[in-house]
Design a protein around this ligand. Structure first.
Ligand SMILES: Cc1cc2nc3c(=O)[nH]c(=O)nc-3n(C[C@H](O)[C@H](O)[C@H](O)COP(=O)(O)OP(=O)(O)OC[C@H]3O[C@@H](n4cnc5c(N)ncnc54)[C@H](O)[C@@H]3O)c2cc1C
Length: 508
């Protein structure tokens, strides 16, 4: 690659930081990614315990289908064709302890048939739901990095979609669920955290799945991360691990580099933060470039919850289980002070052969909580109590699992529990949130500004700029940020540089 003589330092090696690195390298910048952890990925993470790999992030990757919405953006940052995707036929199977069961199929026709069979009294609401899924499956999100002039064809094509989008964006999952009389169907939209989200978030995800464009890649989120790391290495970029940034250096209201824990300084022409938004603005920059609007956002806007994850390595082939099961409980479980849940979900990773040897299965259960402080305080001040709480929760989850798979307990050979304290320690995300800003009813997907008032040569990327988060928020926010850098520096924004000739030839 021809270098243009300018350097960009990127804080954070999660998906957004890595995508920003690829775009910047392709445009000829020297790039150094600084990651405080000893591996890349941030929330896009899995870990190994004995023969098992436990995934925390990936359920679906929007853009998995060649030619589908968002696939081209993934091709800009990695050779996504190298990944093997599977499209589960069922999103989730919901069942009660008394044996009532509802299967949420990913194929919309199968879903419609299942729902009508299960809840004929809700036929009108079911048909409206499947109509929305079919309509949204055709929707292509506008590209935020180009203006209206480049998006007008998309706008024309999407005109019939807008009324559905706008209706679903205005109401919460709970409100949407209230149109069904069937308790399981109601529960699917209203339960826990889902009920707080704008209804559009869930319905559009079902639409992407039904279009076969939200697959799971074998190897989980780290398979995607490793692919982007390969791209960075191929383009001559550098990722430095165990490099925690403590301060963004500013001269004359322009970022000029960073200071690492330990005092080392790294100079740069631009600083891009792909790290937690609150700590970037209020710690690394000491709040000096936060105006009232930013303060209000960080004080008032709601976040996705944090979570505990109970991961189990089971010496059994659990291939007969659905890939995801939500078990509705007869009596709620106390997670921590202030948090009770009335359902427990399990992911049976039998569909990913890289996660366990034959005859064994990795199983995870993610439990949302907003009481991150309980777990961080306990870990800091009472390690014995912290471990006891983790054991209590693991035991409770296993007791629920035993009712699903009788006799499973003796076959559990690995138990691992992560808490909001683990999420904060490993990713630095504020309150241990799993995806940053919640998409609240009425708020839409509109991005937050990626600059700070009065500060030059600085940009933000990632889930703190893109409400709703998700892996696609990586390329979606990195692209416009690096494009803006190029525009400022009069450098050609070239997303195809360094690509294999056959990809360039078809203009991918
Ligand atoms: C349980 C769960 C399920 C999910 N499911 C899906 C899914 O199915 N599909 C999907 O698309 N998305 C999913 N997501 C969301 C997705 O994982 C995130 O939205 C996305 O990974 C966020 O990426 P990011 O790069 O913006 O931030 P992060 O991943 O948080 O990356 C930030 C990085 O910055 C580093 N960092 C922080 N501070 C510093 C510092 N001072 N110095 C140096 N480095 C620093 C951190 O270590 C981290 O690596 C899920 C998330 C969770 C937790």
């Amino acid at each position: 690659m021809n270098r243009n003589g300018r350097k960009i330092v990127i804080i954070g090696g999660g998906i957004a930081g890595l995508c920003a690195a690829v775009y910047a390298l392709k445009c000829g910048y020297e790039v150094e990614v600084l990651e405080m952890h000893d591996m890349a990925g941030g929330l896009a993470m899995s870990w190994r315990r004995g023969p098992y790999t436990f995934e925390t992030c990936l359920h679906w990757l929007v853009g998995s289908k060649p030619g589908g919405q968002f696939h081209a953006q993934w091709q800009e940052v990695c050779d996504i064709g190298k990944l093997t995707f599977v499209d589960p036929d069922m999103f989730v199977c919901i069942e009660t302890e008394s044996g009532d069961r509802l299967r949420i199929f990913t194929d919309v026709d199968r879903l419609e048939a299942e729902l009508l069979d299960h809840a004929p009294r809700d036929a009108a609401a079911i048909r409206e739901l499947t109509h929305s899924i079919r309509t949204l499956a055709r929707f292509k999100m506008l590209d935020p990095s180009v203006g209206f002039s480049s998006n007008w064809l998309n706008v024309l094509r999407d005109l019939p979609v807008f009324p559905v989008l706008s209706k679903l964006s205005r109401i919460s999952g709970s409100e949407y669920g209230s149109r069904f009389t069937d308790p399981l169907l109601k529960d699917f939209f209203s339960n826990g955290e889902m009920g707080k989200l704008s209804a559009i978030a869930l319905v559009i995800s079902l639409a992407w799945m039904s279009a076969g464009n939200a697959g799971y890649c074998i190897g989980g989120s780290q398979a995607l991360i490793r692919l982007i790391e390969e791209e960075i290495a191929g383009l001559g970029g550098k990722i430095r691990f165990r490099a925690r940034v403590e301060r963004i250096l500013v001269e004359n209201d322009a970022a000029v580099g960073v200071e690492l824990a330990g005092g080392e300084t790294i100079k740069a022409d631009w600083v891009v933060s792909a790290a937690d938004g609150r700590s970037t603005i209020f710690e690394l920059l000491q709040g000096k470039y936060a105006d009232d609007a930013i303060r209000k956002t960080y004080e008032a806007r709601e976040l996705f919850a944090s979570y505990l994850q109970v991961s189990l390595g089971v010496a059994l082939d659990l291939g007969a289980q659905p890939s995801m099961l939500a078990r509705i409980l007869e009596s709620p479980i106390t997670v921590d002070p202030g948090t009770e849940v009335n359902s427990i979900s399990f992911r049976f990773f039998h569909f990913d052969p890289t996660f366990a040897p034959p005859g064994r299965t990795a199983v995870t259960s993610t439990i949302p909580t907003r009481n991150f402080a309980y777990w961080t305080n306990l870990r800091e001040n009472d390690l014995t109590g912290y471990r006891a709480e983790k054991n209590r929760l693991a035991d409770t989850v296993i007791a629920v699992l035993e009712k699903v798979v009788p006799g499973i307990r003796p076959a559990i050979e690995v138990v691992d529990v992560s808490t909001p304290a683990s999420v904060i320690r490993y990713t630095g995300n504020w309150k241990g949130t799993m995806e940053g800003w919640l998409i609240e009813p009425g708020a839409g997907f509109k991005h937050l500004p990626n600059t700070l008032p009065g500060l030059g040569k600085f940009l933000m990327v990632g889930q703190w700029v893109s409400p709703g988060g998700g892996l696609p928020s990586g390329p979606m926010t990195a692209r416009p940020a690096i494009k803006a850098v190029c525009k400022h520096d009069h450098v050609l924004f070239n997303v195809h540089a360094g690509r294999k000739p056959e990809l360039e030839a078809v203009g991918v």
